[in-house]
Design a protein around this ligand. Structure first.
Ligand SMILES: C[S@@+](CC[C@H](N)C(=O)[O-])C[C@H]1O[C@@H](n2cnc3c(N)ncnc32)[C@H](O)[C@@H]1O
Length: 393
């Protein structure tokens, strides 16, 4: 079975119309959308994702099921193209998605955040399939675009795909946290893998007045895109623009220790101190509360251990492996059992972060921003840099 050319083109036009209607694909990016069509960057074997959430379909092979392949390419969904750094065979989903072609509405929203104009030189971190680099090259000229990818196979595949468009930006194999000094300084830097810190090299390689757009993913979770303007003194500041769930820079992936190691091998509840709380773990489970807790805490991350029915235990652990806490969620309960252990009272920190947010009237993402000091220290703020959010540790 093959997909007729007309049908395929029509489905891509539907995608363009849908994105235009949403307001994410603007008229200034439409020629690039046409010059570097998404279909050229999607490999034969793909795992279609979903617009909201982390679920994936089984692998779809274009030669076997062209209709499903085209449907994915023409839909506003992310498409996973690599699992487990390439150490994965077959059609089943792997453990962690490690490269993808991002969701089109996110691609164009971030490009809009980047505010490019003619002659701008851009550095992209995370070449992936090469689509974003090709879009930038189509808009700004290939000589003005450099893109860095850490994975050799992904980098090579992107090179082949981009060559098919006749647009040839500079594609670099390396760690994007180092930027790429050979073509610096840049007017713009866009990262398409998330980071918990803003690498020094990015601030050094972007001109004063230049813009960095990157997914920021606090340790606690609840990632969002931040748009930073670089200052003359090498600092940067700017607001969050939207929520986003990008895979992390490879070097920043967390490999958490098992909860047993936190408990020092002792039986439950080890030396955990029991208390009760009125804050339901459900009230802090959403993306926005997680983001706000992530802004205020350092080195703490959650994990939900399933219980009977809808019950679960929310575990909090610190990255230094010194402290842990649990809060037991029971449907219909009005108070919840908490255990805390170690030098940090992690539940108290999280509860205080949530309380502060409620006291501020539960502000949304767009009211928060980040300042990056010369030494890379991050300060989150509400509404303006002179209103820093509290930091729990
Ligand atoms: C969401 S994909 C990028 C999508 C891409 N911009 C596109 O248009 O298809 C994220 C990519 O970042 C890459 N990556 C992860 N860590 C990296 C690092 N330290 N330096 C450069 N690339 C990295 C991954 O290998 C992956 O290909």
């Amino acid at each position: 079975m093959t997909q007729g050319k007309g049908t395929a083109e029509a489905s891509l036009e539907r995608l363009a119309s849908a994105l235009t209607e949403q307001g994410t694909l603007t008229s200034d990016w439409l020629p690039a959308f046409k010059r570097a069509p998404r279909k050229l960057f999607i490999p034969d074997l793909i795992w279609p994702g979903t617009a909201h959430g982390a679920e994936h379909a089984q692998g779809v092979l274009k030669s076997e099921n062209p209709a499903a392949w085209w449907d994915a390419v023409a839909s506003d969904i992310p498409i996973t193209t690599q699992w487990d750094d390439g150490q994965h065979d077959g059609r089943a989903v792997g453990k962690i998605p490690t490269s993808s072609n991002s969701m089109p509405s996110m691609v164009f929203s971030m490009l809009t955040d980047l505010s490019v104009s003619e002659g701008h030189r851009v550095l992209e971190i995370g070449t992936g399939t090469g689509w974003n680099a090709a879009l930038l090259a189509a808009r700004l000229g290939a000589e003005n675009v450099t893109s860095v990818e850490v994975d050799t196979a992904v980098h090579e595949a992107a090179r082949k795909a981009i060559e098919n468009t006749g647009l040839v930006p500079t594609l670099v194999l390396g760690d994007g946290a180092d930027g790429y000094t050979d073509h610096a300084p840049y007017d713009r830097l866009i990262a398409t893998a998330s980071t918990g810190e803003i690498p020094r090299a990015w601030l050094e390689q972007v001109k004063p007045g230049g813009i960095i757009v990157t997914p920021w993913w606090p340790e606690y979770g609840g990632g969002a895109i931040v748009r930073l303007v670089v200052n003359e003194d090498g600092t940067a500041a700017g607001r969050f623009t939207r929520t986003a769930a990008f895979m992390r820079l490879r070097q920043q992936r967390r490999k958490p220790k098992h909860v047993r190691q936190y408990m020092g091998g002792k039986p439950w509840p080890a030396d955990g101190v029991r208390s009760m709380t009125q804050l339901s773990p459900e009230d802090i489970a959403g993306w926005l509360p997680m983001f706000v807790i992530g802004l205020q805490t350092r080195g703490v991350f959650p994990w939900a251990e399933e219980g009977e029915g809808d019950a679960y235990a929310l575990w909090l652990r610190d990255t230094a492996v010194t402290s842990w806490a649990t809060a037991d969620y029971e449907p219909e309960a009005e108070r919840f059992t908490v255990y805390q252990s170690g030098p940090r009272d992690l539940w108290d920190e999280v509860e205080a972060a949530h309380r502060w947010w409620v006291q501020q009237g539960r502000p949304g993402f767009d009211r928060f921003g980040l300042t990056v000091a010369r030494d890379g220290r991050l300060t989150a703020w509400l509404d303006s840099p002179d209103r820093p959010v509290p930091c729990m540790s």
